[in-house]
Design a protein. Structure first.
Length: 274
């Protein structure tokens, strides 16, 4: 009993995490307040949706899209609908949702870069008849992303993409998803909030910069002069650490027609102190 008591206070974050759990469980504050302290399911999804909608509003967009690459059973997509519903009320913006998946689980790994030592084909099959009726507005884009990515814009005519959750597990699939940034700039915001699920895992995945999703990100940055995926340093320097802070990247398209549009506070001045 005494050890339990001492352990509780030995961990500097324990009290914070415990009180956050209670706020989340009993919904003690409004959505915006709970999101700000991570007292929601999948705070990383909420974070990307919230801040992308805020940016979109500042840039004058009336409608945006958010994407989940890799849906599996659909828990992530259902959660995304929850955040979208809350966030669209806060910022007064229409948000479309798209979920990409084979529907049949993972395809065969292409080579060692897809981590066949950890992933196998047919993992994470979708039960479409179970998921479809649960979805309120999200649209499923079914098929291998190497194909669906190519005609997505023509078929769905999505509102500009503002936030993307990447959860495709494989290097090869993530490369195909990142190639979608080659489409016309009008389909994207100049900066996009991205979450990458498969860049932090256990000792068994042992992700590194030369395989998997980390390799796909690094190659994207090497191959593109004017489009870059950068870490969210503003999160990495927050006082209370969260694993997912390391999984947020912001996509920058320097040549986007709206990239330089001013979004900061007006008329900033610093007067000399007496
Ligand atoms: C880990 S699961 C996604 C889990 C889901 N995001 C969640 O949070 O519940 C990975 C999914 O990526 C999908 N996937 C991987 N490679 C794909 C590809 N080339 N085309 C389409 N879907 C792919 C698989 O079908 C699988 O369902």
């Amino acid at each position: 009993m005494i050890t339990k008591f001492l352990n509780f206070f030995a961990d500097p974050y324990r009290l914070h995490y415990k009180s956050r759990e209670l706020i989340k469980k009993y919904q003690l504050q409004n959505y915006e307040q709970r999101l700000a302290i991570g007292a929601v399911e999948r705070p990383h999804y909420g974070y990307c949706v919230y801040h992308s909608a805020k940016l979109a509003k500042r840039l004058g967009y009336e409608r945006i899209s958010v994407i989940e690459f890799g849906v599996a059973g659909g828990n992530g997509l259902v959660n995304l609908e929850y955040h979208v519903e809350e966030v669209s009320k806060i910022w007064g913006i229409e948000i479309e949702i798209y979920g990409f998946d084979t529907g049949e689980g993972l395809p065969k790994p292409v080579d060692y870069r897809d981590l066949p030592y950890y992933w196998q084909d047919s993992f994470f099959k979708m039960d479409i008849s179970k998921l479809q009726p649960r979805l309120k507005k999200a649209q499923l884009v079914l098929g291998n992303i190497t194909k669906t990515a190519k005609d997505f814009f023509e078929v769905y005519k999505p509102a500009p993409i503002a936030a993307i959750m990447y959860d495709l597990d494989y290097y090869s699939s993530t490369v195909a998803a990142l190639e979608m940034f080659d489409a016309d700039d009008t389909f994207f915001l100049p900066r996009i909030f991205c979450y990458f699920d498969d860049i932090i895992g256990s000792e068994m995945e042992a992700y590194n910069d030369y395989i998997g999703v980390r390799l796909a990100i690094n190659e994207f940055n090497q191959n593109n002069q004017m489009k870059k995926l950068g870490k969210a340093y503003h999160l990495l320097t927050r006082k209370l650490p969260e694993t997912w802070y390391n999984q947020i990247y912001i996509y920058h398209n320097f040549s986007h027609s709206k990239y330089n549009e001013f979004i900061g506070p007006q008329n900033q001045q610093i007067v000399l102190e007496e």
